[in-house]
Each structure stands twice: as C-alpha cells, then as structure tokens.
Ligand binder design. Sequence first.
Ligand code: AP5
Length: 268
Amino acid sequence: MANESANGTARNIGTVILLGPPGAGKGTQSRQIVDRYGVPTISTGDLLREHIARGTELGNSAKGIMARGELVPDELMYGIVADRLRGADCKRGFVLDGFPRTAAQAGWLDAFLENEFFENKAGNGTQPESDKSTSPAGASPRKWPLVVIQLLVDYNQLLQRLTGRRSCPTCGLLYNIHSQPPRVDELCDVDGSKLVIRDDDREEVISERLAAYDRQTRLVADYYKAQGRLVAINADRPMAEVTVQIFAVLESHREQGRDLKSGEEALK
Ligand code: AP5
C-alpha cells in the first residue's frame, strides 16, 4: 500500500476511476498516479487473483469465470471493494482500476461513497472533530469530487498490448515484448525472475474480455458521462504521453477540490 508519494508528499485526490478496455493501460497508469500522489491503487483484477491464489471461496467462484474472460457477478464484487476502501490508507483518495465495470457497480459505488465511505468513522464509530468542518460550499471535507478518466485505445493496439504483456511474478513489474521489453529476454530487469503470461491473455480469452467490455462496461462510461464526470483521453500514445494527459486531468480535478481546502487541512 502506498501512503506517500515518491517525493514524500501525499496529496488528496479523492476518487479517481481509470476506465478502459483490457489492455488500455489502467494498471500501468495507476502506478504513475500512486508514485506522484501517494494514494493507493485498487485493482479488482489483482484482488480477485489474490483470492484465487489463496484458494478462498470467492477465488474458487471467480476462477472459472475469469478464465473464460467473463465478468464476475456484481454481488461477489461489492464485499471485497467495500473492505478495501475502508482501509485507513484510502482517506485521501484512491485510484480504482477495473471497478466499476457494470452500470450496477457504478450505482453501488455512488451509494457507497455517499452513504458510507465519506462518512466513514475510521473504524471506531466516532467522527473526529477535525473532520467535521465544512467547505465554503457546505460540502463535507471528505466529499472530494469523483473523476473518471476514460482511456481510449484502438482495438488492434489493445490486441498487441495484451498478447505482448509479460509480468514479473516477484515484483509485479509489467513489460511488453513490443513496447517495453526487458533488457534480457523473458527476465525481470529488477530481480531476474522469469516473466509470466497472465492466464487470461490467451487470444480466445482476450476476445471474450473485449466483448464483455463492449457489452457491459461501455454503459459505465455512459453513466458517468451523463453525470458530467467523464474525461476521455487518447491513450493510444506512448506511456509517458498518456501519463502527462492524466496528470493534467488530475491537477484540474484538484483545483475543484481546493474549494475543500479546509478539508485537506483537517485530514493532514
Ligand atoms: P483486470 O485484471 O482488471 O484486467 P483488465 O481490465 O482486462 O485489464 P488489464 O489488466 O488486462 O489491462 P490494463 O488496462 O490494466 O493494461 P496494462 O496496464 O496491464 O480483470 C481481469 C478479470 O477479472 C476480468 O476479465 C473479470 O473476469 C475480473 N474482474 C476484474 N474486475 C472486475 C469487476 N469490477 N467486476 C467483475 N469482474 C471483474 O497494460 C497492458 C500491456 O500494455 C502491458 O504490457 C503494458 O506494458 C502495455 N502498455 C500499457 N500502456 C501502453 C502504452 N501507452 N503504449 C504501449 N504499451 C502499453
């Protein structure tokens, strides 16, 4: 869990959702946000893979579904997301990678943030006095605006990114044999581990994952667009250029949050 950014300063950013199809670069870019802003990233795919590795009931239910490239049922997702968001490290904000993925999940998240998270009593049922101040606009300091950054990438580029993806089983670093190869073939630059291919990065599964995105997750973009919270960016660019675009969106998002300056002070 990241609590401090690379330069040692954690900064409030509220809820940031990275929305995009498989291979759009959500995981890659969320790491950049973590480094800069010192907030945690919550990848529901990673959480599910951890459950599978531990052989939990949820992991056993999700395993076959994920192997087919389909979405895990909404009801199975809510508990793990709620548990993670209640972590103390989430109070300044967090990046969601892979959630919400259906319109129902988006509605659930709105209700969760509104009714529970932002009034979350940090585990002891009592809201600290310092958290009770309100902004000039009257909003709770914890009610940082939510922003959804949609990563737009061409279909053929997605295929290339997914079939070329490799990751380090030890440190989690991502590579791509086309755009970001390791220095030594198939070995991690950092720890020398043999790189692995994700189970669901086989071509037949990839096409179902992309189809599931079209069927179910595009509706999430419509949901947030209707609320005026969606910012679409061209993610069909080199990684560093995509990062620059995302940071520009986040800085403008933080400008809105500055109205809640008193809240930021209260959370320090
Ligand atoms: P999840 O793990 O979330 O996978 P995904 O959404 O399919 O996304 P990926 O992790 O494949 O891609 P990414 O966008 O993170 O791209 P990355 O940065 O790795 O979900 C897996 C499964 O879990 C789902 O299919 C579902 O079954 C289940 N699940 C998860 N959440 C769920 C939910 N909320 N509800 C129900 N089910 C859920 O990049 C990909 C590659 O491209 C890398 O090699 C990278 O190096 C390269 N790359 C990245 N950016 C660039 C760039 N700009 N230029 C060139 N190459 C790039």
